[in-house]
Design a protein. Structure first.
Length: 172
């Protein structure tokens, strides 16, 4: 996790958490080191999530008996309202279970679980609302121009200015 924002003057960088001047080269090396550390910490959870996604994809195509479950979820997603996005709790449940099972959460287990699940439930509803707004603004078409516009708005506006800052603040 990055623990201090770097602010640059014309020749010197200052790390907020240590308040000692460093060179821009030192600041860059520290940033690369801390970024690598964060990537290593998140590697196992990321691989687990990708394995779950690959398993679901395989089940959809290779296990016809699983098809009704997927169709039920598709039907729920098409139902008006935000019920589906409110029950999609995996954004909080999976990370909580990982942290709890590896011993990172030792106290206030139920409270922490509720915070994770409720935060990500609320976040899921917000994202679903955002996608509804995009459909109203740009249409529900699946052509390249519409998809590119939606991806650009999502990745260049929503993500850097809303989702990343509020998630960072939520985990402080």
């Amino acid at each position: 996790m990055l623990r201090g924002a770097l602010t640059f003057s014309s020749t010197t960088a200052f790390c907020n958490h240590s308040q000692r001047p460093t060179t821009p080269h030192h600041a860059l090396r520290k940033f690369v080191h801390e970024t690598g550390h964060a990537a290593r910490i998140n590697l196992v959870p990321g691989v687990i999530l990708q394995a779950i996604a690959a398993s679901l994809l395989a089940a959809y195509y290779l296990a016809p008996s699983a098809r009704p479950v997927f169709e039920w979820f598709a039907t729920q997603k098409q139902t008006p309202g935000y019920g589906y996005s409110a029950i999609a709790i995996n954004g909080g449940l999976v990370p909580f279970l990982y942290l709890w099972l590896r011993g990172s959460i030792k106290t206030n287990v139920v409270k922490t679980l509720l915070i994770y699940v409720l935060y990500w439930r609320f976040f899921g509803v917000q994202i679903d609302a955002f996608y509804h707004i995009q459909n109203a603004l740009f249409s529900e078409a699946n052509d390249l121009a519409t998809i590119a516009t939606k991806v650009a708005v999502d990745q260049l506006i929503l993500t850097p200015f809303w989702t990343i800052p509020r998630t960072a603040i939520a985990y402080l």
